[in-house]
Design a protein around this ligand. Sequence first.
Ligand code: GAF
Length: 395
Amino acid sequence: RNSARDRSGTAEAATAETVTSAFVTEVGHDPAGVWAAPGRVNLIGEHTDYNDGFVLPFALAEWVVVAAGPRDDGTWRVRSLTRRQTVSFGPDELVPGGVDGWAAYVAGVVWALTEAGHDVRGADLVLTSDVPAGAGLSSSAALECAVLTALVDLSDLHVAPLDRARLARRCENEYVGAPTGLLDQAASTLCEADNALFLDCRSANHRQVPLDLGAAGLELLVLDTKTPHSHLTGEYGDRRHACEEAARILGVPALRDVTLEGLDDALARLPDDVMRRRVRHVVTEDARVLEAVAIADEGRPADLAPLLDASHTSMRDDFEITVPTVDLAVETARAAGAHGARMTGGGFGGCIIALVPEGGSDTVGQAVAAAFAEAGYGAPAWFVGVPSAGARRLS
Ligand code: GAF
């Protein structure tokens, strides 16, 4: 849907009702409750998380919603209304690779909780999602965090919020096999409405940063180029490997330890131009996050625009993770009145975000759609990104 979504309490109740009645049909009795976890956009700080650096995401009003209830036979049965599939698994499948496809994110959460010593009860789960899949909006983290939140409550487990994010990441890294950082699961778990989340990925220290775009006459357009991406393919892992190799050569624990002041010296010690550009992206991106946090703290969100632009240029030219559709979307958005724009997420497709005048998202979205049509690309989709709450129980 190409406009601001109706995220009123009524819409939330309607989604909870959808999964609840599907649960009753599937399982034959009422669920014990309904839980939800959101997708996210990353305002700034891309490919910094696994370099021990800084990120500034906010949670979206797009959610994975799950109705759940206990089973007595020690197995898990999960129905996805979005995928129209049901998958069952038991203790034997709780090994990395035991379940694949979308249900791996569910089995992986049970596995990660179990590995951490928690006694997870069998469960029936019925879920739905309006987080676009494969769009760089963390649909997989939303799935992991929604299921984890449900299972923690169902099994009466005590898991602190940050540990929930870490366990969901462990599911993604070790069970599913995608070498990602903590950004997505932290956003889906720890974000609060009307705020972005400032996270130091080394210490895991974090705090809310107020983000009142409306007060500044702005809104954040989220535009899906519909160019699918995946972190299971080689490019993401290649970037990560290059960063780790550079840190090793520079003799630092992670690229987080290279300062902006020390950047030129560090670059001079690296063997090739590609590695130098990878490092320059990470070091300058960390600095941009810190600047963005200072700007947001001062309530000057309009001043985020040049940072978004600089981040995009850095991802395009230095980290080389953008693709032609994404670059065209960013350029067109700016030409159509966006103050600043950048790709968001891991890259190689997915979404852009653009800071636009309040009410201007459709104008900018339509301009990108026209440019895509002219270039022979498929139609994009867009909506207004609203800083929303992290994972929680709905009923
Ligand atoms: C993906 C990963 F899952 C995150 O951990 C992060 O590295 C991001 O790409 C890039 O900033 O979303």
